[in-house]
Design a protein. Structure first.
Length: 360
């Protein structure tokens, strides 16, 4: 267990071949009201904590990790690594609570992250960048991918790569309440998904942003997390405050293929990074720890959304319950394991500001 000092809410392992022993944890601290002038804007601060792992291939759960860097920022609601080719540096995108996106490159020689640019995507410093996602998960190249960001104002922002950074190209009103999540369709990077506190799941074509392609209004609570499956086309995992994770075939987006009760609001869902375990989904369950769901119908080599039975659900194959507060940040390691059945996992929680390292 590691004490992050400030409340922890996001965690990401690096997918780059040169830095798969690196992961980052973001923190989010709301400054107490008695520490600021009551009429002043709400203040938030945070840190990007950088860790290096030393993997024990015989027992992944016994691997060690050490903090190697701390970068002070405004509070950090989300962060994601860009999937880039081995010929390029690993790049981390960080969502800040004052309307900025920070880009940092991994310097392998000095073993540290170095900020390369800041992109201001909101004129209002009180607007939070709630989530971000890169478009190139399935097709790592030397250049940066496109990015989509959701803002607390209800807007989504599309950013396109430039020679050395990103540039905002489109901003549009997407939700009536906070859009907690925006995510790419990794198979068609003209398509973006979003979900928010208005109980709506929306699909957007970035070439025509006047209206969504479709809106699913059949949720009982706010939508908090979305991830396109990196190995199975058309399959989308969606989590909600209603303590469920649903799988959708996005060719039939109104009725879920399956819905699984996870016992606590789903804050993040992460498909396993290995094709050999594409049936496994890691979930941060907020009020009920972290869980691994397994969808047996997806285990075959030629699995498709049709292999999920209508009305079926995933089975909970592992429950990690050592956190004592809101389970928010979690991720699988991209490092190869000698035991393909076990993968290193790190997770973090909010009010108890703790980070755990385990396997599943």
């Amino acid at each position: 267990m590691f004490d992050t000092i400030l409340p922890a809410d996001s965690l990401e392992f690096c997918p780059h071949p040169d830095a798969r022993d690196i992961f980052v944890c973001g923190t989010y601290n709301l400054v107490k009201s008695d520490e600021i002038v009551r009429t002043a804007p709400q203040k938030r601060n945070g840190q990007c904590l950088v860790f290096r792992c030393e993997y024990d291939q015989d027992d992944i759960a016994q691997s060690s990790f050490n903090k190697i860097q701390v970068i002070n920022y405004p509070a950090l609601p989300d962060m994601k690594w860009c999937h880039r080719s081995a010929s390029s540096k690993a790049t981390l995108g960080v969502a800040g609570s004052e309307g900025e996106i920070f880009l940092l490159d991994w310097n392998s020689e000095e073993s540290r992250l170095e900020e390369t640019s800041r992109v201001n995507i909101s004129h209002d410093s009180e607007t939070l960048c709630l989530s971000l996602d890169w478009s190139n998960r399935r097709n790592p190249r030397s250049n940066l991918g496109k990015m989509v960001v959701s803002l607390s104002s209800g807007d989504l922002v599309l950013l396109e790569p430039t020679e050395s950074s990103l540039s905002s190209t489109s901003t549009w009103k997407a939700h009536d309440h906070e859009p907690w999540i925006a995510a790419w369709n990794y198979w068609d990077t003209n398509v973006v998904y979003s979900g928010g506190d208005d109980f709506k799941l929306k699909t957007w074509d970035t070439r025509a942003l006047h209206d969504p392609i479709f809106v699913n209004k059949r949720f009982d609570a706010g939508i908090t997390t979305i991830q396109s499956h990196p190995y199975i086309e058309h399959l989308l995992a969606v989590g909600s405050y209603d303590s469920s994770v649903s799988l959708f075939d996005m060719r039939k987006p109104l009725v879920p293929l399956s819905k699984t009760d996870i016992g606590g609001g789903a804050w993040r869902v992460k498909w396993h990074p290995s094709a050999s375990r594409k049936s496994d989904l890691l979930v941060a369950c907020m009020h009920d720890g972290f869980k691994i769901l397994r969808f047996d119908g997806l285990a075959s080599e030629a699995a498709s959304p049709e292999d999920i039975s209508q009305g079926g659900s995933g089975s909970i194959v592992q429950h990690f319950d050592k956190h004592e507060s809101l389970a928010y940040g979690v991720d699988w390691s991209f490092a190869p394991s000698s035991n393909d059945q076990k993968t290193a996992i790190a997770s973090c929680s909010f009010y108890d500001h703790t980070l755990h390292f385990w396997s599943g």
